[in-house]
Design a protein around this ligand. Sequence first.
Ligand SMILES: [Zn+2]
Length: 349
Amino acid sequence: MCFFKGLLLIRFDVYVVFGRENLSGKDIDYMEQKKCTPTSIGGQAVIEGIMMKGPTCMATAIRKADGSILVDKKESKSFIKKLKLNKIPILRGFLAFFESMFTGVKCLMFSAKECDLEEDTEQMSKFEKWLMEKFGDKLFDIFMYISVFVSLLLGIGLFMILPKLTVEWVSSLAGTQVHEGISVLIEGCIRMILFVCYMLLISRMKDIQRVFQYHGAEHKTIFAYEYGDELTVENVKKHTRFHPRCGTSFLVLVMIVSIIVFFFFVPPADNVWMKILWRIALLPVVAGISYELIKFAGKCNNAFTRMLSKPGVWLQHLTTKEPDDSMIEVAIEALKAVLPSDSSESTKW
Ligand SMILES: [Zn+2]
C-alpha cells in the first residue's frame, strides 16, 4: 500500500513539494558564532528518506523495510542552466520554483515506490494491481504529473481563492464594500493563518511526522558538514534542526511578497473572479521576486536580511521534528553520496 500512501502524502503535503531548500544562501545567525562555512548543499525529506543535492549530483537515500539503506545517485540536470535562463532575474526564480517542484515530486515518487516494496505487492488491491499491469513504469510518471497538478490546484484553492471569497462573504454580510488595498491585507493574514493551521493539521498525521523528523535530520546533517564535523550520528545530533537556508523561509517570503505585489498591482476589473484570476496571473511575479530576495538574503548579512529569514526559522518549529538515530544515518548516507570526490568541485558557493 506504500505507493498509494505516498501519493496521498504528496496530495496533502503541499509543504513537501514546495518546502525544499534548493536555494543557496549564507547561513546568517550561526555563521557569526562559529567557523561555519555555508555550502550550496540542499535537500528535501521524502518518505522514509532524504534527498540531498550537491554541486553536480543528487542522491536519494531510503530506509528499506528490511532495515538496509538504499542510495540512488544521479547527475543533477537543470534545464534553466542548460538554456542559460539563469541570467534573467525574476523569470529564473519562477522557473526554478517549477523545476524544484518536479524534481521534488520525482524523489517523493521514488521513495514511495522503494520504501517497502515487499509489503507493497502483498497488500496491493485489485485496482492497484490492474493499474500497475496496464501502465507499468509509466504509472509513476503519470502520477507525478497528476500530483503536481493537484498540489497546484490545492495550493491555489486553499491559499488564493478561499481567502478572497472569505473577505467578499464577510463584507457582503456586513453590507459594505471593502477597499481593494485593505482586502489584500486581510487576505494576506487569512493566508498565513490557513498555512499555519494546515501545517498543524498535517503534522498530526503519523506519516507526515516521520517526514518532518527526516527534515530535521537533513538540517542537522547539513549543519554538521558546514561546521566541518566528521559525519557521525553523535556529531550530527549536537546540531540544531533549525536551518536559516530552509525552503520553509521561501514559503513565508512568498506570502509576504504576495501582499505587497497584490497591493500595488490593482486588478483591471471589479469582479470577484476577475480579481482571483488576476492574483493567480501575478503568482509567477511573486515567486520570482521572492527568489531574488532569498538569494539576496544569502549574499548579505545585515538587519534587513536577518529579518527576512526569521519567520522561516520560526515556522520550522512546525516543519521539522527531532529525528532518531536511524534517520540521521540515512541523512549521512545521502549527504556523503553528493560530496565532490575531488577538490576542484567545491560545495562552497
Ligand atoms: Zn528545510
